[in-house]
Design a protein around this ligand. Structure first.
Ligand SMILES: Nc1ncnc2c1ncn2[C@@H]1O[C@H](COP(=O)(O)OP(=O)(O)OP(=O)(O)O)[C@@H](O)[C@H]1O
Ligand SMILES: NC(=O)CC[C@H](N)C(=O)O
Length: 768
């Protein structure tokens, strides 16, 4: 309950806090914000006390410098050296302060004060005369523009150039000088000068022609801005510098020659999905861009889930996406080395054998292990017992004495599993965990950038801690956003469920978003790479719409897929008369605007799609009917219906037409595809496997993802396709004119080609 006394005490303490924070010249809002950060408040208080002890007055400028130093500095131990320069009035502005902070960041272990002073321009005086002369020179160079643009002239670039030339000049003085020199050239502002600038009329973008455009765009590139240079690990946020850091870094650089080294580290417990394509592009792409190398490292520390077929298919997919690993390695290559280091970790008192159960360790508010402080000798013996199979599974673990970011205490380094390993057989019954293995394997491989998804951010502290405590070279971990796609699921366990329920055929069912499924559906690897690159390193945390990926696929196939005429539901058309002698052939480019070409031949029997004929046309219907003509693609003919035949059940069974040469007087509303010399092919049409964007979200789908399955996601047609294409190799891409893109499926036989629908021609018709 609030008493009058407590209210008064609170008010007094607020006034006290306010009074020292307000000495810094901060706004009230900033003071309120700062008060929320007890650590920062304590630092600021200490700094002000020091200024008082040394008798240095704190004016507004010094106040701002103090506040900026306290908030921008990454390591508390760097404050005294820089603060000293502030109190000695040697650092006078923010630019110098930033330079000082940069300097200490780049020299984390030791630095001499004169070098620091040099780096932040202590004692460098830029006189008003120097500023005047530099401004004059730039103004003269831009005189023409200044006179025509008058007060609309953008002086920003001049300002930038001068700040570069006269590095420690006072920005305010430079700006004043530029303004005053411009004013002396132009004289007072006129009424015209004060009018708002007229916006340039923007030309309406021209409507895209319906024909195919040849892509001229540069390939999309991922931007890796912000990543550190090899050797500069210690400049990165949160990196921990120890007495060994610089020595280990020097040795690392001697081994690598300063080369960028990354790794793509999948667990070989399933096949890769579209999310992994992002990880592959980031790891291989970054290395490639910097003439570096990327390892493919199988993170094989969970023996029960690993299978040979996964190892093979992972490498297969990396290669398919166009990347070649520098070396293929395995975490298990290092099992002995990792074990030896674990022994060292126990010896240094940084790990212990624990007998808490998995349940006791779960959650975040767990109690400290009662075995945490057991004698080192005891842990050494017990760890050996663990290795020698003297404990049951779950009866003992090796735990590291460190705290994860989220407050989780003492992550497990080793657990017991009586499971033979795919590569090491029965040699081991203790297996290292991700937290123990990953950073050390990165270190052994001299990885410079350990790139992983955001959920590993909370493991950064244990990553750095372990490398440092074992005195191993410590790479830098960088995180990027996970890629998730809507209307599908990617978890291996859930896909297995779909297979078990008979909803999809296997992991490579073209309705899934695994990489093998996308290859089978005809998605070109280049399109997948472009999609991932367009998203960039960050990316939505929510589900992206698959339409974005499909659009990249269309762009790619538009310029690479050969054109073919096909009809999914054939309707027989008999030509009763024709201006040309039948059969009649023409030459058609395989891909518009490109070589080579092929012949299409029309004869007196042809087939069109059922959807392209109606008995009568309404005003929106543009294709063939008894009262409307239609053009036949490529041959320049116009069809007019002369008779319609029906089968016994009343369905249209045949249409008879006469064909006239296309002329200025008989132009039809539309041209349709047709086939004369055809082969029958099986065409599989797919639509989304799930009805909701997030089938795993209980709010969207309370009944669970299995209840959200679209039961109509596969349709099979016995289509007629131009016979000239014969038996094309599996994964050959085609555009079925006016329908969509298709690829040859591996189920094709010597008798029948099976096609999978890749995407429709246009986005809207792709929606199910
Ligand atoms: N959806 C995703 N988006 C981007 N990167 C991913 C995605 N899924 C996994 N990765 C990254 O790919 C690399 C190898 O992944 P690994 O197969 O071990 O991950 P995982 O999380 O087990 O995948 P899964 O989603 O199949 O469970 C890791 O660096 C991981 O962070
Ligand atoms: N750091 C990482 O990239 C994590 C890789 C690891 N194989 C995992 O996903 O569990």
């Amino acid at each position: 309950m609030f008493t009058f006394r407590s209210l008064v005490t609170n008010a007094i303490s607020t006034i006290r806090r306010m009074s020292y924070l307000s000495r810094l010249g901060l706004s009230e809002a900033k003071i309120k914000d700062t008060e929320k950060n007890a650590g920062l408040c304590a630092t600021l208080k200490r700094m002000l006390e020091e200024a008082d002890e040394r008798g240095v007055g704190v004016d507004k400028n010094t106040g701002t410098l103090i506040y900026n130093l306290a908030t921008k500095v990454k390591k508390q131990e760097h404050i005294p050296a820089i603060y000293n320069l502030v109190l000695e009035r040697k650092i006078l502005n923010d630019m110098q302060l930033v330079a000082a902070l940069e300097f200490v960041k780049a020299n984390p272990v030791k630095f001499e004060v004169p070098a620091l002073e040099d780096a932040c321009g202590v004692g460098v005086v830029v006189t008003p005369q120097q500023i005047r002369e530099a401004v004059l020179e730039k103004i003269e160079k831009n005189l023409g523009q200044i006179k025509t643009q008058r007060y609309r002239f953008n002086s920003g670039p001049i300002m930038g150039m001068i700040r570069k030339e006269l590095k420690w000049s006072d920005g305010k003085l430079v700006k004043q000088e530029i303004d005053s020199q411009i004013a002396s050239i132009l004289g007072a502002k006129t009424a015209e000068d004060s009018k708002p600038a007229q916006k340039k009329k923007q030309k309406k973008p021209e409507k895209k022609p319906a024909t195919v455009e040849v892509k001229t765009e540069e390939p999309v590139e991922l931007s890796f801005a912000g990543f550190h240079k090899p050797g500069q690990n210690y400049t990165t946020e949160g990196y921990v510098v120890t007495d060994n850091t610089m020595r280990l870094m020097k040795e690392h650089l001697e081994r690598t020659g300063g080369q960028v080294r990354t790794r793509f580290p999948p667990e070989p417990n399933g096949i890769l999905h579209i999310g992994h394509a992002k990880a592959i592009n980031i790891n291989f792409g970054f290395a490639k861009k910097h003439d570096g190398v990327c390892y493919l490292r199988y993170d094989d520390t969970n023996p029960e889930k690993e299978e040979e077929k996964f190892f093979t298919s992972i490498l297969d997919m990396v290669t398919w996406l166009g990347y070649t690993p520098f070396k293929v390695t395995h975490s298990s290559d290092n099992f002995q080395r990792l074990y030896d280091l674990a022994v060292e970790l126990i010896k240094s008192g940084d790990a212990y054998v624990c007998h808490q159960t998995a349940d006791e360790m779960k959650g975040f508010e767990v109690k400290e292990s009662p075995w945490r402080n057991r004698p080192i000798e005891e842990s050494l013996l017990l760890f050996e017992d663990m290795k020698n199979g003297k404990f049951d599974e779950g009866a003992a673990t090796l735990r590291m004495k460190c705290v994860l970011e989220e407050g989780k205490l003492d992550p497990v380094a080793y657990r017991i599993k009586f499971v033979p390993h795919h590569r090491t057989g029965n040699s081991w019954c203790v297996y290292p965990t991700y937290d123990y293995t990953h950073c050390l394997c990165d270190s052994f491989e001299d990885i410079t950038h350990s790139l992983c998804t955001k959920e590993f951010q909370s493991r950064r502290s244990s990553y750095y801690w372990l490398c440092n405590v074992l005195e191993q070279y410590c790479p830098v971990q960088w995180e990027y956003g996970r890629l998730n796609i809507g209307y599908t699921i990617m978890s291996k366990r859930k896909i297995s469920k779909l297979i078990a329920e008979g909803i999809v055929a296997d992991f490579d069912d073209p309705r899934l978003f695994t990489l093998t499924a996308l290859r089978r559906r005809g998605f070109p690897p280049q399109a997948i790479n472009t999609f991932v690159k367009k998203l960039g390193l960050t990316g939505a945390l929510t589900q992206l719409d698959p339409l974005m990926l499909e659009s990249c696929v269309r762009d790619e196939l538009n310029v690479t897929a050969g054109r073919v005429m096909a009809v999914l539901e054939p309707l027989k058309v008999t030509v009763v008369s024709c201006d040309e002698k039948l059969p009649y052939s023409v030459n058609v480019a395989n891909i518009p605007g490109q070589e080579p070409s092929h012949q299409v031949c029309i004869n007196s029997t042809l087939f069109i799609d059922r959807s392209d004929f109606r008995i009568t046309a309404d005003k929106d219907y543009r294709r063939l009917s008894t009262d409307q003509t239609v053009g036949l693609k490529h041959v320049g003919m116009v069809a007019t219906v002369t008779k319609v035949e029906h089968s016994a059940d009343g369905e249209v069974s045949e249409v008879q037409v006469k064909l006239a040469k296309l002329s200025d007087t008989n132009k039809p509303k539309a041209f349709i595809q047709w086939v004369s010399d055809y082969q029958v092919a099986e065409v599989r049409e797919y639509s989304r496997l799930f009805n909701h964007r997030c089938p795993e979200d209980p709010e969207e789908v309370p009944g669970g993802f299995l209840t959200d399955v679209n039961t109509d996601s596969l349709k099979i047609y016995a289509a007629y396709v131009e016979s000239r294409i014969g038996r094309p190799p599996v994964y050959t891409n085609f555009q079925f004119e006016r329908i969509g893109y298709y690829t040859v499926d591996e189920d094709s036989t010597s008798g029948t080609v099976v096609f999978n629908n890749t995407v429709s021609l246009r986005e809207d018709s792709g929606k199910s």
